[in-house]
Ligand binder design. Sequence first.
Ligand code: HEC
Length: 215
Amino acid sequence: MSDELQNRNLPGIDPGLASDESIVKTHARIRREPSTAYPVLFFTCVAVIAVFIFSWFYARRYMGENNSYLHERSDIALYSDWQARPRGPVVYDYYAIGESLYTKMACVGCHQADGNGLPGQFPPLTGSEYVVSEDPTMPTKIILAGLVGPITVKGNEYNGNMAAYGPGLKDHEIAGLVTYIRKNWGNEASEVTADQVAAVRAEVGDRGPWTAEEL
Ligand code: HEC
């Protein structure tokens, strides 16, 4: 070691006092002092353990059973109950379905809101023998496949053309329309169900519009 290094004054150290003995004692004292590294290590361990515990609970809660979208065990129980519920036949409110379709499918544009049609152009549904017939097959057939050519309704003659609604509507929707026109405006005929419509639809097939004679 060069003289220059040996004699260098270190801050806080009196070179005159820095004997071998004092250096050994100082080192011994330093070794006895508690290391500042211990608290850091301790808290790091605590943090790692906390992360593990958190992950364990998190995984159990959010990644178990039916995966992530059913979070709570109570939800899972409710879902199982719901799946196991007794399933009866679907109950339709045919009149309500028909009421909304009557406007949506534009029946109202021709047969009018009061069901009276327009003289000479569109026949009435109110009191029409084709609508309130005892056998509901008649109006069901007309709405499924359409109608064309001369027809007499309530003593008045019409000779027009009505489109088929069968291809565009489901059985319960046709049933709704038939029920609605059979029970509205003072008409008092029976309700028609989706099953009845399905039977008529199977019979009618995908034929073109009826004429009055065919009905
Ligand atoms: C574009 C006008 C028009 C629309 C829309 C229309 N119809 Fe008709 N409808 C007619 C015409 C015209 C006749 C008569 C056809 C003929 O002269 O052969 C008729 C006949 C009928 C008949 C048998 C005759 C009677 O008056 O009882 C029923 C039932 C009927 N339509 C129900 C409906 C229903 C329900 C809808 C809606 C899903 C509908 N119609 C939509 C024009 C229309």
